[in-house]
Ligand binder design. Structure first.
Ligand SMILES: [Zn+2]
Length: 374
């Protein structure tokens, strides 16, 4: 293989008078290297391997019927993510070509599309459900954060590498590339540190670095990246009209505890309610482009908009009313102050799903309301 971007090289090489085959790509230590120097092939190959690993996981864990989201996500993080991020220390500084904001914002690359699909499968949601809503319920951060952190800890190791080693010599070449303004791990990490306000790590002569210090420095970067992504995600949720209710109750990216508390049907109904993936008139009307004030409730003749608040707290439809009073009475027994809250605040308390006992009480009622409209 001859590294060249122009693809015009026509050299030939002989080994014991036998011509050596010229190739455009070569797999070395599990990573594809292309003659153009691009790592796209390597990243695509890792992703396709990760998809196969997930398919095996999907079958053995029975993802659609019964496996708990926490277990599925743990298995995914342990068995699939390491495949996607394999060798990222080497490829991420060449693969990510834009600013940190762009990298964290870009949930449409192939890796993140796959990640989003896994989130939807885990929650039992359809492909048409909002991407950001599903990822938010499971508290997922972009895979790029993991790959950037891997690259950062590798970068610190390189800084401390002795120049008489092979890797030390490669580091000298990388530094020279950086000085001549070419793409290198040094330039990549400098940009990341600048955008996360993290001081750039510099090796001090004669001072060795241990694994613990590298891990602490990497954690600092990881928290910086997570903070930055939380801002980005909160803004996207706020901007999305569909996720208005979620925007008012969820401010941190975290795995929602209700996912561990309920059976499959109830859990799915609550996810559908929270990320507006239900069939209440407010959402059906959105699809049919009916003006918001005309998306009337079909269960009563009140001519009110059939949104989440109306259905759960007001709708006089007999079945809903009976279940509602039962659920609200039970919550009041558990939290006496609950009865004194205004109706809207009661709704927001239930919707926020922060109290496991409360969510177990209202789950059957919510499941009934959501499934009634299917
Ligand atoms: Zn109604």
């Amino acid at each position: 293989m001859i590294f060249n971007c122009t693809k015009k090289a026509t050299y030939s090489f002989l080994y014991s008078k036998t011509p050596i085959e010229m190739v455009r790509k070569y797999k070395y230590l599990g990573l594809y290297i292309s003659d153009t120097g691009s790592f796209k092939l390597a990243v695509d190959d890792l992703l396709s391997k990760a998809k196969k690993a997930y398919a095996a996981l999907y079958q053995s864990l029975n993802v659609y019927n019964g496996a708990k989201p926490r277990v599925i996500i743990k298995a995914f993080d342990t068995m699939v993510i390491p495949i996607i991020t394999y060798g990222s220390e080497v490829w991420s500084s060449y693969f990510y070509k834009y600013s940190l904001n762009y990298i964290l914002n870009n949930v449409n690359n192939n890796q993140e599309k796959f990640h989003t699909r896994v989130c939807k499968n885990t929650l039992g949601m359809t492909r048409l459900t909002t991407n950001i809503g599903c990822r938010s319920e499971l508290g997922r951060y972009p895979i790029a954060i993991k790959t950037i952190c891997n690259t950062y800890s590798y970068y610190i190791r390189l800084q401390h590498m002795q120049t008489n080693t092979l890797l030390g010599q490669a580091t000298v070449v990388q530094k020279a590339l950086h000085l001549s303004k070419q793409r290198s791990i040094f330039g990549f990490i400098e940009n990341i540190c600048r955008e996360t306000d993290l001081p750039l790590h510099k090796a001090e002569p004669g001072v060795d670095i241990n694994k613990c210090t590298i891990s602490n420095l990497t954690k600092k970067l990881k928290f910086g990246l997570m903070r930055k992504f939380t801002e980005i995600q909160n803004n996207s949720i706020k901007k999305s009209g569909k996720l208005e209710l979620l925007a008012n109750t969820k401010f941190n990216i975290k795995y929602e505890p209700y996912l561990d508390e309920l059976n499959l049907d109830q859990r799915k109904a609550i996810t559908q309610l929270r990320i507006s993936a239900h069939k209440l008139p407010i959402e059906v009307g959105r699809t049919l482009k009916i003006p918001r004030h005309k998306r009337y409730c079909k269960r009563c003749s009140s001519s009110q908009v059939g949104d989440e608040f109306h259905t759960l707290m007001i709708c006089p439809y007999t079945q809903f009313q009976t279940m509602r009073s039962l659920a609200l009475d039970q919550i009041t027994k558990h939290i006496p102050q609950f009865s004194k809250l205004p109706l809207k605040e009661k709704f927001m308390y239930i919707f926020a799903c922060n109290d496991p006992l409360c969510i177990r009480i209202v789950a059957p009622f919510i499941a009934r309301c959501i499934n009634h409209e299917k």
